[in-house]
Write a protein that binds this ligand. Structure first.
Ligand code: GLA
Length: 735
């Protein structure tokens, strides 16, 4: 004891001394939002590290003390908490940056040069930190764009080379994060066509867990670039530390989650470097896509509301605007239609009350008519047999019927049985010496080729120029990239390993040009369902098609999972004939997102038609809350007999609660009250059931007044059961 007392003081002094002397050379860079902080710091060698991640500390000066308390680095073992891990020098961890220099050397080091902070309005700050390799003329600028109120960080990197010869980027991540901690739980998603967004949660163990895609076009078919990461324990909707992360890139991605020897987690996210070593000439730079994330100490609900608020305000095209309800003819007709049939459908759409009619696949190609999915893709001229008077006539007919007109395109693809393929075999992605390999009988066009970019732009430009009243586009993409090879890159003596990246860049160029000329027209991002959705594409698209699977039972689960990342107004949800559930259930589930129909209206019996007309009107009355309100997921369908979720207005004067039975078991349903969220405890509310099927009665008493406190503490039972498989409630403040 005495010994301890005697030795403790000098030891303390020693620690303080070390701290003070290092402090003279240290540069500390806090990246802060309203709630959180990511703190970077240089060491005596000017290497930039992450010393803190999490809830913001009240005193910024104390960030310095954090790293001393956990083991974040071990120089002997080459393990560091680097802010952008270079390869081939002092670090042996999975790199964020790996370069082959012009002289063939494969080592890189990065030291801090300077940093600056730029304010963009009252909520947005961009911090850029310049790093350079002391031995080679390579520089990296790390960008951190913070959205304070939303607690969202957008992070990307800019890699520059001033070497005399060409260098190669072997790995070039968008973001490198480091989380000291103990236990980490990763929720990631797998899927395939019609089975999108199946979540799996796992505890991360030592080593590297990789989430990635190598599919090229339709990159997310098996896995989206979005995940949830819980710290210490699996987070719930209302409790726990959780990070929602997503990469804004519509192509191959890779995310490395590396748990190191001290149980700390390194996350490296960016474009997948698989077959994608990227050359960088003298004076050239490479901008990575953005990695976007939000962190909450209060569970997944708060995290996803933050992400939604950010996405609507800053990211999604017309994110704070409105959307069109529609009637689509895909499942009603497939490829089999003509002008007369379509004119009838326009009238049906009008009868239903939706805003727009969407003409799907099958309207084009003549030499090889698009009568099934085996031919015609690429030949974007109206099929004269089906549409002798052209699209212009249809737009006019729709107008006469009192409905807007939209159209399907799949401009990035070609069927080998097409005039386009015959004319431009060199525009197609394929290996010249190998047999072609198809998905849905088609191949992607080579968007790294500027001529192909012009062609794709031209398809849309022609449609809009000839038919300025076209009010909506569904942009599809139904094949992945096999046999990745570009005749264009070969001809221009560029590297084949550029193709995956240049394809996506080419796509963005087209979309950029399109939006410059047609800034507002709503467009649905479709890729045979959830094959492609991310926050770079959503700069150009107003909504996406979550899945071709429209069985409402399946959709409850899928839409639930997508809702962690994307707000309801982006999720197209159509009432179709998939599934065995009654029309009311199918309709109520579609109301969870952006409502549309893909049914034969004339086949509806009188009551179903009446109900559907009423549903469109109901949806119009609640859509503002669903699209722009705050989402609270109340009862998880994965763990319960039913799902329940609530959208509340920002000022908490109105909420919509949607509940769906997902179990067939005897007695399944809502035995108990559901605790609502997002209301004001001090306000008074009435509850009303909406969208009842004709002649049915609600057990909900409309005259009862409840306090917000009651509804959120004691709760409210929506009475979901086999006879009431879906229930929509409106909670309205009494003023
Ligand atoms: C894809 C889409 C469908 C439909 C068809 C048309 O599968 O996901 O909604 O548009 O293509 O061929």
């Amino acid at each position: 004891m005495n010994l301890l007392r005697r030795t403790a003081f000098p030891l303390l002094l020693l620690v303080l001394h070390a701290f003070c002397s290092a402090a003279q050379t240290k540069v500390t860079i806090p990246i802060e939002t309203a709630q959180n902080a990511l703190v970077l710091q240089t060491d005596q060698d000017k290497h930039l590290s992450i010393i803190y991640f999490g809830k913001k500390l009240a005193q910024a000066s104390e960030y310095d003390l954090v790293s001393a308390q956990s083991r974040q680095r071990d120089g002997n073992a080459g393990i560091y908490n680097s802010a952008y891990t270079p390869a081939g020098s002092w670090s042996i961890s999975e790199p964020a940056l790996q370069v082959t220099h012009a002289d063939g050397n494969k080592s890189t080091d990065l030291v801090y040069v300077n940093h600056q902070t730029t304010r963009e309005g009252d909520n947005v700050v961009v911090t850029s930190i310049q790093l350079k390799d002391p031995a080679y003329a390579v520089e990296v600028t790390l960008f951190y764009k913070t959205y304070s109120r939303e607690n969202v960080v957008e992070q990307w990197s800019l890699i520059k080379s001033a070497e005399k010869g060409e260098i190669t980027l072997n790995k070039y991540a968008s973001a490198n994060l480091y989380f000291p901690g103990k236990d980490f739980y990763l929720t990631h998603y797998n899927g395939t066509w019609a089975r999108e967004m199946n979540p799996e949660e796992e505890q991360l163990t030592a080593g590297i867990r990789v989430l990635d895609s190598k599919l090229g076009t339709r990159a997310n078919l098996f896995q989206p670039p979005s995940f949830q990461l819980s710290f210490d324990n699996p987070a719930t909707e209302t409790e726990g530390k959780v990070l929602l992360g997503t990469l804004a890139w519509s192509g191959n991605f890779r995310m490395d989650f590396e748990v190191d020897s001290y149980h700390n987690l390194r996350l490296i996210a960016g474009i997948n470097n698989y077959a994608s070593e990227y050359p960088l000439g003298p004076g050239k730079d490479f901008k990575t896509p953005s990695f976007i994330y939000t962190f909450s100490e209060n569970g997944k609900g708060e995290a996803s509301r933050n992400l939604h608020n950010w996405a609507r305000k800053y990211r999604i095209l017309d994110g704070e605007g409105s959307r069109l309800t529609l009637l689509n003819n895909w499942e009603a007709t497939y490829f089999d239609f003509n002008e007369e049939k379509l004119s009838g459908l326009f009238k049906d759409g009008k009868k239903l009350g939706v805003d727009l009619f969407l003409l799907d696949d099958g309207w084009f190609a003549n030499k090889y008519p698009r009568n099934d999915d085996r031919a015609g893709l690429g030949d974007w001229q109206e099929n004269v047999k089906k549409l002798p008077h052209g699209i212009g006539y249809l737009v006019k007919e729709a107008k006469n019927a009192g409905i807007k007109f939209g159209i399907w395109v799949e401009p990035e693809m070609v069927n080998p049985k097409s005039e386009l393929y015959e004319k431009h075999p060199d525009w197609v992605i394929r290996q010249p010496q190998r047999p072609e390999h198809y998905m849905r009988n088609q191949l992607p066009l080579d968007l790294s080729n500027p001529e192909v970019q012009n062609f794709v732009f031209g398809i849309l430009d022609k449609l809009f120029t000839e038919n300025p009243d076209i009010a909506y586009i569904k942009w599809d993409c139904n094949a992945i990239t096999f046999n990745a090879h570009s005749a264009y890159l070969e001809k221009n003596k560029q590297k084949q390993s550029q193709l995956y990246v240049d394809y996506v860049r080419g796509l963005y160029k087209v979309l950029e040009k399109l939006r410059a000329k047609y800034p507002k027209v709503p467009m649905m991002l479709c890729s045979g369902g959830g094959g492609r959705v991310d926050y770079e594409a959503l700069k150009y698209f107003t909504e996406f098609w979550p899945s071709d699977n429209t069985d409402p039972l399946e959709r409850v689960f899928m839409q639930w999972e997508y809702s962690y990342f994307f707000p309801a107004l982006t999720q197209s949800a159509h009432v179709t004939d998939w599934g065995k559930q009654p029309l009311k259930f199918r309709t109520d589930v579609a109301m969870m997102g952006k409502l549309g129909y893909d049914i034969v209206v004339s086949h509806l019996n009188e009551k179903d038609l009446q109900f559907s007309q009423q549903s469109v009107a109901t949806y119009n009355a609640i859509k503002d809350v669903v699209w722009h309100g705050d989402l609270y997921r109340l009862i998880d369908p994965k763990k319960n007999d039913f799902a329940s979720l609530l959208f509340a207005t920002k000022n908490k004067d109105r909420a919509i609660v949607l509940s769906y039975l997902v179990s067939n078991r005897n007695g399944a349903g809502s035995d108990m009250a559901v605790r609502l969220q997002g209301l004001d405890a001090g306000k008074k509310y009435k509850v009303k059931e909406l969208n009842l099927y004709p002649d049915s009665k609600s057990p909900v008493r409309e005259d009862q007044v409840y306090s917000g406190d009651f509804l959120m503490t004691a709760g409210f039972n929506p009475v979901v059961n086999a006879r009431r498989a879906s229930v929509i409630l409106e909670i309205l403040e009494i003023k």
